[in-house]
Design a protein around this ligand. Structure first.
Ligand code: TRP
Length: 370
C-alpha cells in the first residue's frame, strides 16, 4: 500500500544502445551503491522503451534489440534482481493512462521551456523536420513513470534535472486540484562534478554512438585501448614530453578526475601519491601523454574487467535474463496499477470499482425533476 514515508527509488534508461562509461559514473554506480546500502524500501529500474520510441518511431527494431543490452549492462554492473526490480515500460499500461491525465496539468509553454528537451530537439533536427508531439511531451510521461512507482528518490544524470523539476510541478498541481495523492520525488545526482558530466573521448560534451566517442561497458579491453590511444583528446600544446602541459580541457585528466583514487596510484603509478602530484608534474613538463593514457587504461580496466566477466556469465544464460525481466515487469504492473487506481479515485473517475455510483445517479435524476 501507499505510504509516503517509504524510501522508494526509481530510475530508468532509454534502450537505444549499450550503456557506456558516462551512464556508469553518472548514474549506474550510484544505483548499485544505493541498492546495496539496504536503506531503501523498494528499488525499481525502468527500461523506458516507450520513451525511446518518441524519437525512434521509424526504427522500433533498434529499441527492441537493445532491451537485452540494457538488461545485461544492469546485471553486469551489479544490479541484483533480488533487491532491484527491473521492468519494461511498454508492458505497464497504467503509465500510459497516467500520462494522459498529467498532460492536462502542464502547458505547452512550460514544456517548450524544458532546457534538456530544447537541446535534444536541436540535436535531432526536429526544429526543421517537425517535432513529434510524443517527444515534446515525454517529460509528462516521465512524470507518470516516477509517480506510478511512488518514487521519492530518482538517481539520474545532471541532464535529467529539468525532468524532475517538471515532475514536481505536476505532482504539486495534481495534489492541489485532486487532494494529496502523489508523492514528491527528489533527484539525486553525483557529487563529483566530473562524474556528472563525462565527455566523449574526443572531448565533445556527451558520449554518443553517432559520434563514435563512447567507451561501452561491454567493450573489449582492446576496444577500450583503441579509443583511448587513438582518439582521446589531450593537450595540443604539449608536443614534447618536456613541454609544460595543461589539465583544463584535457580529456585524459577529466577521466582520471572521474575514475581514479589514491589506491590506483599505489598499484599502477607509484611515482605519485595522488592525482594532484601527477597533475603538477604534467603542468611543469616532463610527463608524457603516453604514460598518462596507460595509467588511465589501467584505472578503467579495474572497473571494466569485473563488469565484462559478469556480462559473459549472463550472456550464456539468457533464459534467466528473460525470467528476471518478466518477474520484474509483473511486480511493476501491480505497483503501477495500484497507483492508477488511486489517481482515478482522486479524480473521481473510478466508475466501476463497485455499483455505489448507481445511488449517486438516482439522486441526480431525482434532483433534476424537482
Ligand atoms: N529520460 C531518461 C534518460 O534519457 C530515462 C528515463 C525514463 C527515466 N523514465 C525515467 C529516468 C524515470 C528516471 C526516471 O536517461
Amino acid at each position: 500500500m501507499f505510504d509516503e514515508n517509504k524510501k522508494i527509488i526509481l530510475t530508468g534508461d532509454r534502450p537505444t544502445g549499450r550503456l557506456h562509461l558516462g551512464h556508469y559514473v553518472g548514474s549506474l554506480k550510484r544505483r548499485v551503491e544505493m541498492q546495496n546500502s539496504g536503506e531503501f524500501d523498494d528499488i525499481y529500474i525502468l527500461i523506458a522503451d516507450d520513451q525511446a520510441l518518441t524519437d525512434n518511431a521509424d526504427n522500433p527494431g533498434k529499441i527492441r534489440d537493445n532491451i537485452v543490452n540494457v538488461v545485461l549492462d544492469y546485471l553486469s554492473v551489479g544490479i541484483d534482481p533480488s533487491k532491484t526490480t527491473i521492468c519494461v515500460q511498454s508492458a505497464l499500461p497504467a503509465l500510459h493512462a497516467l500520462t494522459f491525465y498529467y498532460m492536462n496539468l502542464v502547458t505547452t509553454a512550460r514544456l517548450s521551456r524544458n532546457p534538456t528537451v530544447k537541446a535534444e530537439i536541436q540535436m535531432r533536427g526536429f526544429a526543421d523536420e517537425g517535432l513529434p508531439a510524443g517527444f515534446f511531451t515525454y517529460p509528462v510521461s516521465q512524470t507518470a513513470d516516477i509517480t506510478a512507482f511512488n518514487a521519492t528518490i530518482v538517481p539520474v544524470g545532471e541532464d535529467q534535472l529539468p525532468m524532475l523539476e517538471q515532475a514536481r510541478e505536476i505532482v504539486e498541481k495534481f495534489n492541489r486540484i485532486y487532494g494529496k495523492t502523489l508523492v514528491l520525488p527528489k533527484a539525486v545526482i553525483p557529487e563529483n562534478e566530473y562524474q556528472r558530466r563525462l565527455p566523449g573521448v574526443d572531448g565533445k560534451a556527451k558520449m554518443s554512438k553517432s559520434l563514435g566517442n563512447c567507451i561501452y561497458l561491454s567493450d573489449t579491453a582492446k576496444a577500450v585501448k583503441k579509443q583511448i590511444n587513438g582518439k582521446m583528446f589531450t593537450d595540443p600544446t604539449h608536443i614534447r614530453i618536456e613541454d609544460p602541459g595543461h589539465i583544463e580541457g584535457n580529456v585524459v585528466f577529466t577521466y582520471l578526475d572521474a575514475f581514479c583514487n589514491d589506491a590506483h596510484f599505489a598499484e599502477f603509478l607509484p611515482e605519485y601519491a595522488n592525482l594532484q602530484e601527477m597533475k603538477d608534474h604534467y603542468c611543469r613538463g616532463g610527463l608524457g601523454d603516453g604514460t598518462c593514457k596507460k595509467f588511465l587504461i589501467n584505472v578503467l580496466e579495474e572497473t571494466l574487467v569485473p563488469i565484462r566477466t559478469e556480462r559473459a556469465k549472463w550472456e550464456a544464460d539468457l533464459d534467466s535474463v528473460y525470467d528476471i525481466l518478466a518477474a520484474g515487469t509483473a511486480k511493476a504492473q501491480e505497483t503501477t496499477n495500484e497507483t492508477l487506481a488511486r489517481v482515478q479515485q482522486a479524480m473521481r473517475i473510478n466508475y466501476f470499482e463497485n455499483r455505489s455510483i448507481i445511488g449517486e445517479w438516482e439522486k441526480i435524476l431525482k434532483e433534476q425533476k424537482l
